[in-house]
Design a protein around this ligand. Structure first.
Ligand code: ADP
Ligand code: MG
Length: 272
């Protein structure tokens, strides 16, 4: 079964969808069979790939039994990466979509029907920790919390952690916190170093990898592609950043799953 990673945040516009898409691409590039699922009623993943609201069938139709899992999952041009889009959804039907997603057991079944042939599933969620996101966490293995690197946002980390813990104890003991990911980091901005050190000192689960705020991400989402697909050197540093993130996250997942290979301690060496 695929490892399910849910990307969540308290606030909107912190780069969740950007992380979900580019992380899924990085994982597929390293040979993992990856499924990217869009749980946002706004269809954020589809939008960031420049797909209109009614172009792709997906989760909405799967949940209501109109399409089969193989019809809901879309192959992409990148080998190993497939997509479970939100599906066709009228704005007036958002409430019933959310209710379907939150129906006990429904999402777990839909995911299980789709992720059988995958190694990892990346789940993008709407902002806030409402019923859609909690339903996703209730059937996930890992939670990855994204948050914008500014001091106000630090306060919301505690709330998000509390929600994850609550779901662990009440609904899903399998769920583990994979990490806290600082996003939209403006390294030139006064005070951002202070916020980063606060995160690293205050939260042991904060990741070493950060996602900087750069023009390439905005350009890529404008064009409806992942940063790696911008071509040439444009987006190359950002793509490498996501390789590092994929590396760090896979290391953590292996450790949390007890799959880390313990090598015999190597003897200390001398260089000169
Ligand atoms: P969320 O899913 O949390 O609402 P998005 O990923 O949709 O956030 O990002 C919100 C906006 O910010 C989008 O226009 C996106 O292109 C832009 N954005 C996201 N991450 C970055 C980044 N690291 N640098 C620059 N712009 C970004
Ligand atoms: Mg989003």
């Amino acid at each position: 079964m695929a490892r399910r990673v849910v990307i969540a945040s308290q606030k909107g516009g912190v780069g969740k969808t950007t992380v979900a898409l580019n992380l899924a691409v990085a994982l597929a590039e390293r040979g993992r069979r990856t499924l990217l699922a869009d749980l946002d009623p706004q269809g954020a993943v589809g939008l960031s790939l420049a797909k209109g609201d009614s172009e792709l069938a997906g989760l909405a139709e799967l949940l209501s039994g109109v399409v089969s899992p193989s019809e809901a999952v879309v192959a992409t041009r990148l080998k190993g990466l497939s997509l479970l889009p939100r599906g066709r959804l009228d704005a007036v039907d958002v409430d019933s979509f959310e209710a379907e997603v939150a129906r006990p057991g429904a999402l777990d079944k839909a995911f299980s029907d789709c992720d059988g042939a995958c190694d990892v599933m990346i789940v993008d969620t709407p902002s806030g920790l409402g019923r859609v996101t909690t339903a996703a966490l209730a059937c996930a293995d890992f939670a990855l919390l994204a948050f914008q690197t500014e001091s106000l946002a630090l306060r919301s980390v505690g709330q998000a952690l509390k929600v994850v813990e609550h779901i662990q104890t009440t609904r899903n003991p399998r769920l583990r916190l994979l990490g806290i990911l600082p996003t939209l980091v403006e390294r030139e901005r006064h005070g951002s170093h202070a916020v980063l050190s606060e995160i690293w000192n205050g939260f042991p689960d904060a990741l070493e990898t950060i996602v900087p705020r750069t023009e390439a991400f905005a350009r890529a989402s404008g064009l409806g592609v992942p940063v790696r697909f911008l071509g040439g050197e444009a987006g190359a540093p950002e793509a490498r950043r996501f390789d590092l993130l994929a590396d760090e996250l896979e290391g953590r997942m292996n450790r949390l799953d007890g799959m880390e290979r313990f090598h015999e301690a190597e003897p200390a060496r001398q260089l000169l």
